[in-house]
Design a protein around this ligand. Structure first.
Ligand SMILES: Nc1ncnc2c1ncn2[C@@H]1O[C@H](COP(=O)(O)OP(=O)(O)OP(=O)(O)O)[C@@H](O)[C@H]1O
Ligand SMILES: [Mg+2]
Length: 370
Protein backbone atom coordinates (compact mmCIF):
# COMPACT_ATOMS: atom_id res chain seq x y z
CA UNK A 1 0.00 0.00 0.00
CA UNK A 2 1.39 3.37 -0.92
CA UNK A 3 0.34 7.00 -0.75
CA UNK A 4 1.16 8.51 -4.13
CA UNK A 5 -0.05 12.00 -3.31
CA UNK A 6 -1.32 13.80 -0.26
CA UNK A 7 -3.27 17.05 -0.20
CA UNK A 8 -3.75 18.98 3.04
CA UNK A 9 -5.56 22.30 3.46
CA UNK A 10 -6.70 24.16 6.56
CA UNK A 11 -5.17 21.64 8.99
CA UNK A 12 -3.61 22.90 12.24
CA UNK A 13 -0.49 24.99 11.52
CA UNK A 14 0.21 23.32 8.16
CA UNK A 15 0.42 25.55 5.09
CA UNK A 16 -1.67 24.14 2.23
CA UNK A 17 0.41 21.35 0.75
CA UNK A 18 0.57 18.75 -1.96
CA UNK A 19 3.10 16.10 -1.09
CA UNK A 20 4.41 13.37 -3.34
CA UNK A 21 5.97 10.92 -0.92
CA UNK A 22 8.49 8.24 -1.79
CA UNK A 23 7.69 4.53 -1.83
CA UNK A 24 9.65 3.63 1.29
CA UNK A 25 11.02 6.06 3.86
CA UNK A 26 9.85 9.64 4.16
CA UNK A 27 11.63 11.47 6.95
CA UNK A 28 10.30 14.80 8.26
CA UNK A 29 12.87 16.81 10.12
CA UNK A 30 12.00 19.87 12.19
CA UNK A 31 12.32 21.60 15.52
CA UNK A 32 9.70 21.35 18.24
CA UNK A 33 6.34 22.87 17.40
CA UNK A 34 6.91 23.11 13.63
CA UNK A 35 4.12 20.76 12.51
CA UNK A 36 5.66 17.26 12.33
CA UNK A 37 3.01 15.54 14.42
CA UNK A 38 0.35 17.63 12.69
CA UNK A 39 1.40 16.14 9.36
CA UNK A 40 1.21 12.56 10.66
CA UNK A 41 -2.13 13.39 12.25
CA UNK A 42 -3.39 14.60 8.85
CA UNK A 43 -2.29 11.37 7.15
CA UNK A 44 -3.84 9.31 9.92
CA UNK A 45 -7.08 11.29 9.78
CA UNK A 46 -7.65 10.80 6.07
CA UNK A 47 -7.10 7.05 6.52
CA UNK A 48 -8.86 6.38 9.82
CA UNK A 49 -11.36 9.29 9.87
CA UNK A 50 -10.31 10.16 13.40
CA UNK A 51 -7.34 11.67 15.16
CA UNK A 52 -4.81 9.87 17.33
CA UNK A 53 -4.52 12.95 19.55
CA UNK A 54 -8.02 14.16 20.17
CA UNK A 55 -11.53 12.75 20.14
CA UNK A 56 -12.80 15.73 18.13
CA UNK A 57 -11.80 15.64 14.48
CA UNK A 58 -12.72 19.32 14.27
CA UNK A 59 -9.68 20.14 16.43
CA UNK A 60 -7.69 19.65 13.24
CA UNK A 61 -9.22 22.71 11.62
CA UNK A 62 -6.62 25.49 11.51
CA UNK A 63 -7.27 28.39 13.86
CA UNK A 64 -9.32 30.92 11.94
CA UNK A 65 -10.30 28.50 9.14
CA UNK A 66 -13.82 27.21 8.63
CA UNK A 67 -12.93 23.76 7.34
CA UNK A 68 -10.10 21.32 6.83
CA UNK A 69 -9.63 19.33 3.63
CA UNK A 70 -7.62 16.15 3.34
CA UNK A 71 -7.06 13.95 0.34
CA UNK A 72 -4.86 10.99 -0.52
CA UNK A 73 -4.25 8.95 -3.66
CA UNK A 74 -3.48 5.47 -2.44
CA UNK A 75 -2.35 2.46 -4.44
CA UNK A 76 -3.18 -1.01 -3.20
CA UNK A 77 -2.38 -3.99 -5.38
CA UNK A 78 -2.94 -2.63 -8.90
CA UNK A 79 -5.72 -0.25 -7.94
CA UNK A 80 -5.31 3.43 -7.11
CA UNK A 81 -8.12 5.15 -5.25
CA UNK A 82 -8.78 8.63 -3.90
CA UNK A 83 -9.71 9.11 -0.26
CA UNK A 84 -11.07 12.48 0.79
CA UNK A 85 -12.48 14.03 3.90
CA UNK A 86 -13.71 17.55 4.57
CA UNK A 87 -14.02 18.47 8.20
CA UNK A 88 -16.08 21.35 9.46
CA UNK A 89 -17.25 21.97 13.03
CA UNK A 90 -19.91 19.35 13.72
CA UNK A 91 -19.71 17.52 10.41
CA UNK A 92 -17.46 15.58 8.09
CA UNK A 93 -17.84 14.73 4.43
CA UNK A 94 -16.22 11.55 3.27
CA UNK A 95 -15.60 10.50 -0.31
CA UNK A 96 -14.04 7.49 -1.94
CA UNK A 97 -13.20 8.12 -5.61
CA UNK A 98 -15.42 11.17 -5.49
CA UNK A 99 -18.47 9.28 -4.21
CA UNK A 100 -20.03 8.58 -0.82
CA UNK A 101 -18.55 5.39 0.64
CA UNK A 102 -21.26 2.95 1.70
CA UNK A 103 -20.85 0.99 3.84
CA UNK A 104 -18.06 2.91 5.53
CA UNK A 105 -16.09 -0.34 5.96
CA UNK A 106 -15.27 -0.02 2.24
CA UNK A 107 -13.37 3.16 2.97
CA UNK A 108 -11.28 1.55 5.71
CA UNK A 109 -10.58 -1.68 3.84
CA UNK A 110 -8.13 -0.25 1.29
CA UNK A 111 -6.21 2.31 3.35
CA UNK A 112 -4.56 1.00 6.51
CA UNK A 113 -2.20 2.98 8.66
CA UNK A 114 -0.47 2.04 11.87
CA UNK A 115 0.79 4.90 14.01
CA UNK A 116 3.31 5.06 16.82
CA UNK A 117 3.31 8.21 18.94
CA UNK A 118 5.08 9.00 22.19
CA UNK A 119 1.66 8.99 23.89
CA UNK A 120 1.53 5.22 23.35
CA UNK A 121 4.22 4.95 25.98
CA UNK A 122 1.79 5.77 28.75
CA UNK A 123 -0.47 2.91 27.76
CA UNK A 124 1.04 0.08 29.79
CA UNK A 125 0.83 2.21 32.95
CA UNK A 126 -2.42 3.96 32.12
CA UNK A 127 -6.12 3.17 32.43
CA UNK A 128 -7.57 -0.20 31.33
CA UNK A 129 -10.14 1.63 29.17
CA UNK A 130 -7.32 3.04 27.04
CA UNK A 131 -5.77 -0.40 26.66
CA UNK A 132 -9.13 -1.87 25.62
CA UNK A 133 -9.49 0.85 22.99
CA UNK A 134 -5.95 0.19 21.82
CA UNK A 135 -6.62 -3.53 21.53
CA UNK A 136 -9.95 -2.95 19.80
CA UNK A 137 -8.31 -0.75 17.18
CA UNK A 138 -5.93 -3.58 16.35
CA UNK A 139 -8.79 -6.06 16.00
CA UNK A 140 -10.75 -3.56 13.91
CA UNK A 141 -7.84 -2.92 11.53
CA UNK A 142 -7.61 -6.60 10.87
CA UNK A 143 -11.37 -7.09 10.59
CA UNK A 144 -13.39 -3.92 9.88
CA UNK A 145 -16.61 -5.88 10.67
CA UNK A 146 -15.54 -5.92 14.34
CA UNK A 147 -16.65 -2.29 14.62
CA UNK A 148 -20.30 -3.38 14.45
CA UNK A 149 -19.83 -5.89 17.30
CA UNK A 150 -18.23 -3.33 19.61
CA UNK A 151 -20.74 -0.59 18.85
CA UNK A 152 -23.72 -2.95 19.32
CA UNK A 153 -22.22 -4.13 22.61
CA UNK A 154 -21.79 -0.52 23.79
CA UNK A 155 -25.38 0.26 22.83
CA UNK A 156 -26.90 -2.66 24.73
CA UNK A 157 -24.64 -1.97 27.71
CA UNK A 158 -25.89 1.61 27.83
CA UNK A 159 -29.51 0.46 27.65
CA UNK A 160 -28.97 -2.07 30.42
CA UNK A 161 -27.28 0.53 32.64
CA UNK A 162 -30.07 2.96 31.96
CA UNK A 163 -32.65 0.41 33.19
CA UNK A 164 -30.53 -0.23 36.30
CA UNK A 165 -30.46 3.48 37.08
CA UNK A 166 -34.14 4.04 36.41
CA UNK A 167 -34.97 1.39 39.01
CA UNK A 168 -32.61 3.11 41.45
CA UNK A 169 -34.39 6.41 40.89
CA UNK A 170 -37.81 4.80 41.31
CA UNK A 171 -38.65 5.59 37.69
CA UNK A 172 -39.28 1.94 36.75
CA UNK A 173 -41.04 -0.92 38.52
CA UNK A 174 -39.01 -3.98 39.54
CA UNK A 175 -41.23 -6.28 37.52
CA UNK A 176 -40.73 -4.26 34.33
CA UNK A 177 -37.00 -3.98 34.99
CA UNK A 178 -36.63 -7.75 35.48
CA UNK A 179 -38.37 -8.30 32.18
CA UNK A 180 -36.13 -5.85 30.30
CA UNK A 181 -32.94 -6.98 32.00
CA UNK A 182 -33.58 -10.58 30.94
CA UNK A 183 -33.63 -9.43 27.33
CA UNK A 184 -30.58 -7.20 27.68
CA UNK A 185 -28.62 -9.87 29.57
CA UNK A 186 -29.13 -12.26 26.69
CA UNK A 187 -28.15 -9.72 24.03
CA UNK A 188 -25.17 -8.55 26.04
CA UNK A 189 -24.00 -12.12 26.61
CA UNK A 190 -24.13 -12.96 22.89
CA UNK A 191 -22.26 -9.83 21.85
CA UNK A 192 -19.89 -10.02 24.83
CA UNK A 193 -18.77 -13.58 24.06
CA UNK A 194 -18.19 -12.64 20.42
CA UNK A 195 -16.25 -9.54 21.40
CA UNK A 196 -13.99 -11.32 23.90
CA UNK A 197 -13.39 -14.16 21.43
CA UNK A 198 -12.36 -11.72 18.71
CA UNK A 199 -9.93 -10.01 21.07
CA UNK A 200 -8.42 -13.27 22.28
CA UNK A 201 -8.01 -14.54 18.72
CA UNK A 202 -6.34 -11.31 17.69
CA UNK A 203 -3.89 -11.64 20.59
CA UNK A 204 -3.09 -15.19 19.53
CA UNK A 205 -2.19 -13.90 16.08
CA UNK A 206 -0.20 -10.90 17.27
CA UNK A 207 1.74 -12.59 20.07
CA UNK A 208 4.35 -14.46 17.97
CA UNK A 209 4.89 -11.39 15.76
CA UNK A 210 5.34 -9.24 18.88
CA UNK A 211 7.91 -11.65 20.27
CA UNK A 212 9.85 -11.67 16.98
CA UNK A 213 9.81 -7.89 16.53
CA UNK A 214 10.83 -7.25 20.14
CA UNK A 215 13.69 -9.71 19.73
CA UNK A 216 14.91 -7.94 16.60
CA UNK A 217 14.61 -4.44 18.04
CA UNK A 218 16.26 -5.16 21.39
CA UNK A 219 18.52 -8.20 20.83
CA UNK A 220 18.64 -8.84 24.58
CA UNK A 221 17.09 -12.31 24.68
CA UNK A 222 14.21 -10.95 26.76
CA UNK A 223 10.68 -11.87 25.74
CA UNK A 224 7.77 -9.48 25.21
CA UNK A 225 4.24 -10.78 25.42
CA UNK A 226 0.63 -9.79 25.83
CA UNK A 227 -2.16 -11.36 27.84
CA UNK A 228 -5.92 -10.86 27.93
CA UNK A 229 -7.25 -10.58 31.45
CA UNK A 230 -10.90 -11.36 31.88
CA UNK A 231 -13.31 -12.75 34.45
CA UNK A 232 -15.49 -14.16 31.73
CA UNK A 233 -13.58 -14.82 28.48
CA UNK A 234 -13.59 -18.41 27.34
CA UNK A 235 -17.07 -19.04 28.72
CA UNK A 236 -20.21 -19.66 26.68
CA UNK A 237 -23.09 -17.26 26.06
CA UNK A 238 -25.07 -19.15 28.72
CA UNK A 239 -22.20 -18.70 31.20
CA UNK A 240 -22.00 -14.95 30.68
CA UNK A 241 -25.76 -14.63 30.82
CA UNK A 242 -25.79 -16.53 34.12
CA UNK A 243 -23.03 -14.26 35.49
CA UNK A 244 -25.06 -11.19 34.55
CA UNK A 245 -28.15 -12.70 36.19
CA UNK A 246 -26.19 -13.50 39.37
CA UNK A 247 -24.75 -10.00 39.53
CA UNK A 248 -28.05 -8.25 38.96
CA UNK A 249 -28.64 -7.28 42.61
CA UNK A 250 -25.22 -5.64 42.85
CA UNK A 251 -25.66 -3.99 39.44
CA UNK A 252 -29.03 -2.59 40.57
CA UNK A 253 -27.43 -1.23 43.73
CA UNK A 254 -24.66 0.59 41.86
CA UNK A 255 -26.43 1.39 38.60
CA UNK A 256 -23.71 -0.22 36.46
CA UNK A 257 -22.82 -3.57 34.91
CA UNK A 258 -19.95 -5.34 36.66
CA UNK A 259 -19.15 -8.27 34.37
CA UNK A 260 -18.39 -8.45 30.68
CA UNK A 261 -15.61 -7.55 28.25
CA UNK A 262 -15.99 -3.84 29.07
CA UNK A 263 -14.22 -4.71 32.33
CA UNK A 264 -11.46 -6.80 30.75
CA UNK A 265 -7.87 -5.70 30.31
CA UNK A 266 -4.83 -6.16 28.13
CA UNK A 267 -1.57 -6.73 29.94
CA UNK A 268 1.69 -6.14 28.11
CA UNK A 269 4.45 -8.32 29.43
CA UNK A 270 8.21 -8.44 29.67
CA UNK A 271 9.52 -11.88 30.64
CA UNK A 272 6.00 -12.81 31.71
CA UNK A 273 5.74 -9.89 34.14
CA UNK A 274 3.48 -6.89 33.76
CA UNK A 275 5.53 -4.43 31.69
CA UNK A 276 3.72 -1.41 33.15
CA UNK A 277 5.11 -2.24 36.59
CA UNK A 278 8.46 -3.80 35.79
CA UNK A 279 9.83 -2.64 32.44
CA UNK A 280 12.15 0.36 32.07
CA UNK A 281 11.12 3.38 30.04
CA UNK A 282 13.25 2.29 27.06
CA UNK A 283 11.99 -1.29 27.30
CA UNK A 284 8.41 -0.03 27.32
CA UNK A 285 9.14 1.99 24.22
CA UNK A 286 10.59 -1.09 22.53
CA UNK A 287 7.55 -3.17 23.50
CA UNK A 288 5.19 -0.57 22.02
CA UNK A 289 7.26 -0.31 18.85
CA UNK A 290 7.35 -4.10 18.59
CA UNK A 291 3.57 -4.21 19.01
CA UNK A 292 3.11 -1.75 16.13
CA UNK A 293 5.55 -3.68 14.00
CA UNK A 294 3.64 -6.87 14.81
CA UNK A 295 0.38 -5.19 13.75
CA UNK A 296 2.03 -4.24 10.47
CA UNK A 297 3.21 -7.79 9.88
CA UNK A 298 -0.16 -9.31 10.77
CA UNK A 299 -2.11 -6.80 8.67
CA UNK A 300 0.30 -7.17 5.78
CA UNK A 301 -0.11 -10.94 5.83
CA UNK A 302 -3.89 -10.73 6.07
CA UNK A 303 -4.36 -8.14 3.34
CA UNK A 304 -1.46 -9.23 1.18
CA UNK A 305 -0.10 -5.68 1.29
CA UNK A 306 1.88 -3.91 4.03
CA UNK A 307 0.01 -1.00 5.66
CA UNK A 308 1.51 2.46 5.97
CA UNK A 309 3.55 3.15 9.10
CA UNK A 310 3.63 6.52 10.85
CA UNK A 311 6.40 6.91 13.43
CA UNK A 312 6.38 10.05 15.50
CA UNK A 313 9.72 10.88 17.08
CA UNK A 314 10.87 7.32 17.76
CA UNK A 315 14.48 7.72 18.68
CA UNK A 316 14.34 9.57 21.94
CA UNK A 317 14.77 7.16 24.84
CA UNK A 318 16.19 4.32 22.81
CA UNK A 319 19.89 3.80 23.40
CA UNK A 320 22.14 3.99 20.31
CA UNK A 321 22.19 0.20 19.81
CA UNK A 322 18.42 -0.23 20.15
CA UNK A 323 17.95 2.71 17.79
CA UNK A 324 20.19 1.07 15.22
CA UNK A 325 18.40 -2.29 15.55
CA UNK A 326 15.03 -0.60 15.22
CA UNK A 327 15.96 0.91 11.87
CA UNK A 328 17.53 -2.35 10.69
CA UNK A 329 14.29 -4.05 11.61
CA UNK A 330 12.28 -1.45 9.66
CA UNK A 331 14.57 -1.69 6.67
CA UNK A 332 13.93 -5.44 6.55
CA UNK A 333 10.17 -4.94 6.49
CA UNK A 334 8.07 -3.87 3.56
CA UNK A 335 5.88 -0.81 3.31
CA UNK A 336 5.81 2.96 3.12
CA UNK A 337 6.88 4.80 6.27
CA UNK A 338 6.51 8.39 7.44
CA UNK A 339 8.99 9.18 10.18
CA UNK A 340 9.40 12.43 12.11
CA UNK A 341 12.47 13.50 14.01
CA UNK A 342 14.09 16.61 15.42
CA UNK A 343 17.46 15.58 13.95
CA UNK A 344 17.97 13.80 10.62
CA UNK A 345 20.93 11.91 12.08
CA UNK A 346 18.70 10.02 14.55
CA UNK A 347 17.08 8.18 11.68
CA UNK A 348 19.60 5.51 10.76
CA UNK A 349 18.41 4.66 7.30
CA UNK A 350 20.57 5.16 4.27
CA UNK A 351 18.55 3.69 1.44
CA UNK A 352 15.22 4.50 -0.17
CA UNK A 353 15.01 7.60 1.92
CA UNK A 354 13.72 11.09 1.23
CA UNK A 355 14.13 13.87 3.78
CA UNK A 356 11.72 16.76 4.06
CA UNK A 357 12.28 19.75 6.29
CA UNK A 358 9.38 21.26 8.11
CA UNK A 359 9.41 24.77 9.45
CA UNK A 360 6.37 26.78 10.67
CA UNK A 361 4.06 24.31 8.96
CA UNK A 362 5.83 24.53 5.61
CA UNK A 363 7.44 21.50 4.03
CA UNK A 364 10.45 21.58 1.77
CA UNK A 365 12.35 18.73 0.22
CA UNK A 366 15.86 18.06 1.33
CA UNK A 367 18.03 15.13 0.46
CA UNK A 368 16.79 12.20 -1.58
CA UNK A 369 18.71 8.95 -1.67
CA UNK A 370 18.42 6.03 -4.04
N1 LIG B 1 -5.92 23.99 15.15
C1 LIG B 1 -4.72 24.57 15.02
N2 LIG B 1 -4.54 25.60 14.16
C2 LIG B 1 -3.32 26.19 14.02
N3 LIG B 1 -2.23 25.79 14.68
C3 LIG B 1 -2.33 24.77 15.53
C4 LIG B 1 -3.58 24.11 15.75
N4 LIG B 1 -3.39 23.13 16.67
C5 LIG B 1 -2.08 23.17 16.99
N5 LIG B 1 -1.44 24.14 16.32
C6 LIG B 1 -0.02 24.50 16.37
O1 LIG B 1 0.76 23.47 15.81
C7 LIG B 1 2.05 23.51 16.43
C8 LIG B 1 2.45 22.14 16.91
O2 LIG B 1 2.68 21.34 15.85
P1 LIG B 1 3.15 19.84 16.10
O3 LIG B 1 2.52 19.24 17.28
O4 LIG B 1 2.97 19.15 14.81
O5 LIG B 1 4.69 20.08 16.40
P2 LIG B 1 5.89 19.07 16.25
O6 LIG B 1 6.71 19.50 15.09
O7 LIG B 1 5.40 17.69 16.27
O8 LIG B 1 6.71 19.39 17.57
P3 LIG B 1 7.42 18.43 18.65
O9 LIG B 1 8.78 18.15 18.12
O10 LIG B 1 7.46 19.27 19.85
O11 LIG B 1 6.57 17.22 18.82
C9 LIG B 1 1.97 24.41 17.61
O12 LIG B 1 2.65 25.59 17.30
C10 LIG B 1 0.50 24.64 17.79
O13 LIG B 1 0.21 25.90 18.29
MG1 LIG C 1 5.41 16.20 17.65
Amino acid sequence: MQIHALVVEGVRNLAPLTLVPRARFNVFVGDNGQGKTNLLEAIFAVAALRSFRTSKLADLIAFGASEARLGARVAKDDLTRTYEVEISPGSRRIRLDGKTARPLAKYFGGFNVVVFTPEDLGLARGAPADRRRFLDRGVFNLRPGYLAVTSDYEKVLKQRNSVLRQVGQGAMSHARAEEMLSIYDNQLAQLGVQLAQDRVRFLEVIRPALLDAFGEITRTGLAAGARYVSQTAGGSVADLEARLREGRARDLATGSTHVGPHRDDLVLELEGREAGSFASQGQLRAIMLAWKSAELAVLGRAHGDAPILLLDDVSSELDPSRNEYLFQHLANQAGQCFITTTAAGHVLLDQNRADFFIHSGRIESGRIDA
